[in-house]
Ligand binder design. Structure first.
Ligand code: 13P
Ligand code: 13P
Ligand code: MG
Ligand code: MG
Length: 375
């Protein structure tokens, strides 16, 4: 109650990212762009703390503040930084300078303008472990499998069975990104229905996870959020992949840190990779190895761990920079070889409807008069 002056101030973590140019090709963000962002954030007085980093060619702003999710001020700040970084990228003639900035003028909210956003606002616990996941060369649906495993799969998360503080499970907010609709489903009771949707990962994407009513954590404060922006749906054409980010809280009423990381020991197939038009394995890597080289990939995921302390980000710890994930990286390399051998054939190449660009209409036009009836 505000009049008692005891209401705990909530912390917001906003992870906002954009590809505003890279070097060379779609490989890595240039250090000047990181410097541009850091200098701008240092000067501004809206934030409690921040970390600027990259995953491959995506510039990542990890920011903490007290302005809540969807704050116009914070979104405007991020947009301005991406514009300045894109300006520097243009001077350096970096590849794809300004690639993800799809609109000319900011008008209140950065959603739908190109950058990807994952934000959570929450009451800090006594100790608040948070993981920020950053992916390159893939799409938001790439998070469906690991997030499902973390919050609903007892073969991944032992705590769902043995920890009384979240034995009741979690609530999933799922977005239909083609129809712009959302639905809530609870696990374990709606598990099969949830899987029926999120298995179709190019359309149904997990947006947020909530604790259930009556548990240890407030049921209205999300414990995980994933960016769901699809650039091709915003621009109406291919403009680069929608390399997603996620924020996941851990421990004490939530899956343990190790349960949050465990799904990434399996390098599952995601769509993206070369020209955003191929299936391939996602490789968990340390930040220094988030450099998509082979056939512009294979897709990467970085996990940065923090303890959040009154909004201060204690960390980051580069969680996949660990020999425990060597086997996953090796498996990813083997799958990458196997998939590459298919060349232009599906299922390495995405099915027609999911491809980011295609020559098919032109090929069909060229051979239009040569097609003859089979019957
Ligand atoms: P602690 O007993 O140190 O809290 O660790 C428990 C745990 O979550 C390990 O996964
Ligand atoms: P990004 O989406 O990471 O810019 O990659 C685009 C691409 O076409 C890679 O081949
Ligand atoms: Mg790029
Ligand atoms: Mg990228």
């Amino acid at each position: 109650m505000a009049h008692l002056g005891t209401a705990a101030m909530k912390t917001t973590i906003s992870v906002i990212k954009a590809d505003v140019g890279s070097c060379p090709g779609h490989a890595v963000v240039h250090p000047d762009l990181i410097k541009t962002a850091e200098e701008a954030l240092k000067k501004c007085d809206l934030l409690i703390d921040f970390v600027v980093t990259n995953c491959g060619d995506d510039l990542e702003l990890i920011m903490t503040h007290t302005h809540g999710v969807d704050s116009e001020k914070i979104h405007q700040l991020a947009w301005g930084i991406f514009e300045s970084a894109a300006e520097r990228a243009k001077q350096l003639k970096l590849y794809g300078a300004g690639q993800d900035l799809l609109k000319d003028a900011f008008s209140g909210n950065i959603r739908g303008m190109g950058p990807g956003i994952a934000e959570i606002e929450f009451t800090e616990r006594k100790a608040e472990p948070v993981v920020v996941f950053l992916m390159d060369k893939t799409e938001p649906g790439a998070f469906n499998l690991p997030i499902y495993r973390i919050f609903a799969d007892p073969f991944n998360t032992a705590g769902l069975i043995i920890d009384p503080s979240f034995h009741q499970g979690f609530r999933f907010e799922v977005w239909d990104i083609k129809e712009s609709k959302k639905v809530f489903m609870s696990c374990p009771e709606d598990m099969y229905d949830l899987l029926a949707l999120i298995g179709a990962k190019s359309r149904y994407v997990i947006k947020r996870i909530y604790p259930k009513e009556g548990g240890k954590l407030p049921a209205d404060e999300s414990v995980a959020a994933i960016s769901t922006e699809k650039l091709s749906l915003i621009a109406g054409e291919y403009v680069g992949k929608d390399d997603p980010v996620a924020v996941v809280r851990a421990q004490s009423g939530l899956p343990a840190l190790g349960e949050v990381l465990e799904p990434f020991a399996f390098p599952h197939l995601v769509s993206g990779w070369m020209r955003g038009s191929h299936n391939g394995p996602i490789m968990p890597v340390g930040q220094k190895d988030a450099r998509c080289t082979r056939f512009d990939g294979p897709p990467r995921v970085v996990g940065l761990g923090f303890q959040c302390s009154n909004g201060k980000l204690i960390g980051p710890v580069d969680l996949f920079d660990d020999p425990a994930f060597n086997k996953a990286r090796k498996t990813a390399q083997e799958i990458a070889d196997y998939m590459r051998h298919h060349g232009p054939f599906e299922p390495h190449r995405l099915p027609q409807e999911d491809m980011e660009y295609t020559t098919l209409p032109k090929v069909l036009k060229k051979f239009k008069d040569k097609f003859v009836s089979i019957t």
